[in-house]
Design a binder for this molecule. Structure first.
Ligand SMILES: Nc1ncnc2c1ncn2[C@@H]1O[C@H](COP(=O)(O)OP(=O)(O)OP(=O)(O)O)[C@@H](O)[C@H]1O
Length: 872
């Protein structure tokens, strides 16, 4: 283990209600502890003298360091059991495991998790399309539309249980045998594969990390078992054991009620295939040491801690809870255990602030089969008691703790030389939020409590990360008072949930923390997984102190009250009564059922404190803590209520917005349609007009007659005029004519005959119109470009006007709103003829092309708009 500067140790204020008068490191100077008492020779007149007199064995891993006076503070929430050994800080390791698709029974959506590398994944909101817009009918996540998350390693769906164990857990097992604490927890939403990862499946080779851990442990210490004279107690304590008292129960000792026992036995018989699923890995250990391995198994359910290995107290009669329709279900009782502060007298380094479960049973196991049977028993209890009413999903957090007591062979009689380390494997309940579980009543309360503990776990991580950053910033400034940042440390709310209280020591004391994030990318909500990912990102930023576990101190009194689980039958039971039915399909498809009445009693509140809590309690401080706790709870409830109201309001607003958007869309579509129709009408009118003007349609030989009085040229009856040349194949419709217009444009120009304008009107504001075509032709000379405009407005997009004015260019510059069309030097024959006539103007070919081109453009545009409008 690499040695680092002691000043690297970071502190975090824990909200632990310490009953010691010693101020927490956050509020006072850092606690400097040395490993006094480790050896008799080094021991001075200190509190540790008593321990020193027992002359603890000093092994290499725990040997004191000369430079042991430097501050050394726990990572998460307060002073940790300081040792003078090397200190190493390690960030929480987070592994991502992606669950495979399970086949036809499961919906197959596009997975929104994409592996980028061995250590990173991208999550993309499935409601967003490739262009970044929201898919129709989908609501874009407000959390994180697309994010990249980094992990220590990403395990794809094809990862085998063996490989997964070797990477994630084997190092922790090695550390455990080496005297280091470790915590491994699986986090994820329901159905993401947490239980599969921890426990495993029933197929060969599918054993999870817990049975494999047991296999490897027992493979490694084979032949090195101690005689079990000492047993671990509380968090760090060691006591002399009475082997008869703590003999592990067998599978079939458990509830002896006729129906239940049968069901449980059948269940065990169907699922027990240990030989198919063993891990052969062996870790090399120092064979000078002897080991004893102890197992405990608890469940945190509805914010209460239950021992899953405690013998179940059952009663068939006289309770009054279960007389129903002639059925006599068993009454099973279990009692919640209390979580208490670890006494400072338990360790030689008396700095512990962790908490232990008072009354928890721990069993010594000597081989893997026995250990697995114990775990199985615990799982059955868990099913029967905690989660049977909702057997589809784990609604409780389960914690298996493996403790290893390690002592040198040469020091068998010296319990103070024993080194204790532990590894906790936690299968957390599904992390989905109460809103999504669509539950009510008890289920809602369950969901609320699950969320509460997970939320508080997240809050603890957040606070630890903030504190660590603050301290790191403070210590990075040269000449800065090292204590200064400690005053601003946030309280880490470990005590706000049972789960965090129990796990607290891994964060504030010594421990390596490994987090496994399980995801099922197929059918779980994107936002839920986003939360899980964010949690893991947060966890990765929290570092813990990795060190050898503290040396335990032998307790003089071996059997302490509170260590025995015993229900007092005379007590009037308090707590929850639930009715559950357990059924199991045994071999030969036989269905067995047992009806049970579950009585869950509250933890003991008899006012008696654990003996080890020998510090005086200040009632005012206690009351204040309770008040804070209450207020926090209320705040939490209010926050939850707010979150729910906010979510509902958001949803309503979203719906309203969507409705409005649809309304606006409808209005625009209508407008678009009417615009298109209007344009069509306009086009038609223009085409008609051109048609009538003779630019399109049937050509007719013009009759041009020169007026005797003013020299003007008159039109035919039908309004067509000009020098018409024969069109061999005249278009049959205006549009046809339009289509052919390009081809016959030369002829059209000729066909366009001129209207003479009286001399008096020519120079002024010409307003003469043709009766039919309303075409007015102004005067122009050969080189003078003409301007074509509508009589009312120049813009073709606007109001349709029936008249077109063609004026000489010289007016174009002065008349506002007149479109200038450059003329061409050439005049066609008609134009020349007009000039010969002296009072005629012509429209050049280009001008006609301009007009027609603009009209075609317009038609195209309106067709496109029309199409778009129809599509929308
Ligand atoms: N890696 C995997 N390979 C094959 N099957 C898997 C894998 N992970 C999970 N499964 C299967 O997916 C299903 C759900 O897994 P599991 O029960 O472990 O989910 P969970 O997260 O523990 O759910 P809950 O929180 O409700 O207990 C199970 O049928 C399990 O066998």
């Amino acid at each position: 283990m690499a040695t680092r500067s002691k000043t690297a140790g970071l502190a975090t204020r824990a909200s632990t209600r310490t009953k010691t008068p010693v101020p927490a490191p956050s509020t006072g100077p850092s606690v400097v502890r040395t490993a006094k008492g480790r050896t008799a020779s080094q021991t001075g007149p200190s509190k540790a003298k008593t321990a020193a007199s027992r002359k603890p064995f000093v092994n290499k891993a725990n040997a004191p360091d000369d430079d042991s006076t430097a501050p050394n503070i726990g990572a998460g929430g307060g002073p940790r059991p300081t040792k003078a050994t090397s200190v190493e800080r390690e960030s929480t390791v987070a592994y991502l495991r992606i669950r495979p698709h399970l086949g036809d029974d499961e919906p197959m959506a596009m997975p929104y998790l994409e592996s980028l590398s061995d250590t990173s994944v991208r999550m993309s909101d499935p409601s967003i399309d490739r262009q970044g817009g929201a898919k129709s009918g989908c609501r874009v996540s407000v959390i994180a539309p697309s994010s990249v998350y980094k992990f220590s390693h990403v395990f794809p769906p094809s990862t085998t249980q063996e490989d997964f164990f070797a990477t994630t857990t084997l190092p922790l097992v090695r550390d455990l045998l080496d005297g280091q604490n470790g915590l491994l927890f699986a986090y994820g939403v329901t159905n993401s594969g947490k239980t599969y990862t921890i426990q495993g499946g029933s197929e060969p080779g599918s054993a999870g990390i817990l049975p494999r851990t047991l296999d490897v442990l027992f493979n490694s210490v084979d032949g090195l078992h101690s005689d079990g004279r000492y047993r671990p107690v509380r968090l760090y304590g060691v006591e002399e054991a009475d082997p008869s008292e703590f003999a592990p129960p067998t599978e079939f000792d458990v509830p002896n009620g006729p129906a239940l026992a049968q069901v449980l036995e059948e269940h065990l018989a169907t699922t027990d295939k240990p030989t198919d699923n063993t891990d052969p890995t062996v870790i090399k250990v120092d064979r000078n040491y002897e080991y004893s391995i102890w197992i405990s198994y608890v469940e945190v359910y509805n914010e209460k801690v239950y021992d899953l290995l405690a013998s179940v107290d059952e009663n068939e009669e006289g309770t009054g809870y279960h007389q129903e329709q002639g059925v006599h279900p068993l009454l099973l009782k279990r009692k919640a255990l209390t979580v208490k502060p670890s006494p400072t007298t338990d360790t030689i380094d008396s700095g512990s602030t962790g908490r232990y479960i008072s009354g928890l049973k721990q069993f010594r196991v000597t081989d893997a089969l026995q250990a697995k049977a114990l775990i199985k028993l615990g799982q059955l209890h868990r099913r029967v008691f905690g989660t049977l009413a909702n057997s589809q999903s784990s609604r409780s957090h389960s914690i298996v703790t493996i403790r290893v007591l390690k002592g040198h062979r040469a020091e068998r009689d010296d319990p103070t030389s024993l080194q204790m380390s532990r590894l906790s494997v936690v299968d957390l309940a599904g992390s989905e939020r109460a809103k999504n579980t669509q539950t009510s009543g008890d289920r809602l309360k369950e969901a609320g409590n699950i969320n509460k503990s997970l939320m508080i776990l997240g809050q603890c991580m957040e606070a630890m990360r903030t504190n660590q950053k603050r301290l790191a910033r403070g210590s990075a400034i040269p000449g800065h008072d090292a204590q200064e940042p400690r005053k601003a440390l946030a309280i880490v709310p470990f005590r706000h949930s049972k789960l965090t209280e129990i796990l607290m020591d891994y964060f504030v004391g010594d421990g390596k923390v490994v987090m496994i994030v399980n995801v099922n990318p197929y059918d779980t909500g994107f936002e839920e997984i986003s939360h899980v990912m964010k949690f893991s990102a947060l966890a990765r930023e929290v570092s813990t102190v990795v060190n050898n576990a503290p040396l335990p101190r032998l307790q003089s009194s071996p059997n302490k009250p509170g260590l025995h689980v015993g229900l007092n039958p005379s007590r009037i039971p308090r707590g929850v009564v639930r009715k559950v039915t357990i059924s199991s399909i045994g071999p030969g498809k036989k269905v067995s059922e047992a009806q049970l009445t579950i009585l869950e009693e509250d933890e003991e509140s008899d006012g008696k404190e654990d003996e080890s809590d020998d510090e005086a309690i200040n009632p005012l401080v206690d009351a204040l803590f309770d008040e804070i706790e209450n207020l926090r709870l209320k705040l939490y409830e209010a926050e939850i209520r707010c979150a729910v109201v906010e979510a509902e309001t958001r949803e309503e607003v979203m719906k309203e917005m969507e409705e409005r958007m649809r309304e606006v869309e409808r209005t625009y579509a209508q407008r678009l349609m009417s615009e298109v129709e209007r344009n069509e009408r306009k086009m038609d009118a223009k085409i008609d007009m051109l048609h009538q003007a003779g630019l399109l349609g049937t050509a007719k030989k013009p009759v041009v007659s020169e007026s005797e009085t003013d020299g003007s040229i008159s039109l035919d009856e039908d309004g067509s005029c000009g020098v018409a040349e024969d069109f061999s194949d005249p278009p049959s419709s205006p549009l046809d004519g339009k289509a052919n217009f390009g081809k016959s444009i030369g002829s059209i120009t000729k066909q366009f005959t001129l209207l003479s304008i009286p001399a008096d009107e020519r120079s002024g504001e010409t307003s003469a119109t043709m009766e039919d075509s309303k075409m007015l032709v102004g005067e122009s000379d050969e080189n003078m470009p003409l301007t074509v405009t509508s009589a009312k407005t120049v813009d073709m997009d606007h109001e349709v006007d029936d008249s077109i004015i063609i004026v000489p260019n010289r007016r174009a510059g002065t008349d506002t709103g007149v479109v200038y069309i450059p003329g061409k030097g050439e005049l066609d024959a008609v134009k020349k003829k007009k000039r010969q006539l002296g009072s005629k103007s012509v429209i050049t070919q280009e001008q006609v092309e301009q007009v027609v081109g603009a009209m075609e453009l317009k038609t195209d545009k309106s067709t496109r708009i029309k199409r778009m409008a129809r599509a929308s």
